[in-house]
Design a binder for this molecule. Sequence first.
Ligand SMILES: Nc1ncnc2c1ncn2[C@@H]1O[C@H](COP(=O)(O)OP(=O)(O)OP(=O)(O)O)[C@@H](O)[C@H]1O
Ligand SMILES: CC(=O)N[C@H]1[C@@H]2OC[C@@H](O2)[C@@H](O)[C@@H]1O[C@H](C)C(=O)O
Length: 397
Amino acid sequence: MKEHVEKLYALSRKPSRRIIGLMSGTSLDGLDVALCHVVGSGPETRLKVEHFKTVPYEDGFRNAVREIFAKRQIDFQQLCLLNPFIGLQHAQMILECLSEWGIPTSEVDLIASHGQTVFHAPQKQHGIAGFPNATLQIGDGDHIAVKTGIITLSDFRQKHIAAGGEGAPLAVYGDYFLFSQKGESRILLNMGGIANFTFLPGNLDTSAVFTTDTGPGNTLIDAFTRLHFGKSYDENGSIASSGVIDEALLKALKDSPFFEQPFPKTTGPEVFSVDYVKNAMQVSGRGGIAPNHLIATLTQFSAEAISEAIRDAMPAGEAFEMYASGGGAHNPVLMSAIGELLGRHIRLIDELGVSGDAKEAVLFAVLANEAVAGEALYFGEKKGVPGVSMGKISFPG
Ligand SMILES: Nc1ncnc2c1ncn2[C@@H]1O[C@H](COP(=O)(O)OP(=O)(O)OP(=O)(O)O)[C@@H](O)[C@H]1O
Ligand SMILES: CC(=O)N[C@H]1[C@@H]2OC[C@@H](O2)[C@@H](O)[C@@H]1O[C@H](C)C(=O)O
């Protein structure tokens, strides 16, 4: 039906677009919904977040996803059912947000849906000869498009892999377009379940742009806070601040092949899991560690993995400002440990005009905008940042 293609073509020629960016991350806390007004494209992109909300997941939803999340062995039917189910749930959440904000669906040009990562397996991690980098996001875009009536782009990570990347981090593209600043080199650190950072050179040289995951952000802190304290996360780091860092356990936690891999690299809760920590506890003879000391040690582990990655990946003597985002930016123990380890003040991305909680959802709005209206992307020969458009297009009819 060419009317859809014609509509998309007309959209691509508009001076500005209204795009809903969606992110459901590894923390499984909820769906981030960012309604963005996007003017232009590429380095000329100007974006305003008109509305933002994290729609919390209900326990039933979260538990259904956890049955298959980051697991090598699963009930295949559960995976099959969750693919349309998550799409429909996300569509319903979008409709509720729009109704709350008083915005008709006809006034939204596009939805940019990340979906839910259920497994991430870069080649360096799975190590199986002949098989490529792989990652899987579910929550099918067709269901979102049909239920909302809005053209939807989804499944952004496959093209990145097809073009030589590991499927992540994708934040770098949005970071470059929205936050690059001539005269100020910047590191943008995002701490969700997994942490990553982008380096944006102050001379705007695309071939010097750099991005990588660093290892755990909140994923291990969350898992053991859930296990020992029955809470979904260590609010404001209060448990960590009541504990003492256990150096022997910390050393065992840092002994992972992931930290030996060259940059750029990616990872997930497939590696940094409850079993990973239990193994480190056993190796270090700390099986009986008190829960608050464990949370303090896991928080320091994330802080050291982040700081060491930044130190190792950056050229010596490089001057930069650092801006944090993601849920971990709300954890003062994590933030001050990183600040101390790097010997610098860490600012919040909010200072640059986008809320740190909305940043990843905003990023997908930028990627969809590029796919529909952008010119060719070129990040030089930089590994991990292929110059490709991303996102598969679903029409509502
Ligand atoms: N006030 C707070 N104190 C401590 N931690 C917090 C606070 N608020 C949020 N967090 C942490 O942030 C997490 C959510 O972060 P975020 O939404 O950025 O992750 P995500 O997007 O799911 O993950 P990823 O970026 O890895 O996909 C929570 O699970 C919790 O660990
Ligand atoms: C496979 C996957 O979903 N990776 C996520 C995850 O969460 C944080 C980190 O690991 C990052 O690499 C990525 O998400 C962000 C949005 C990214 O691609 O930039």
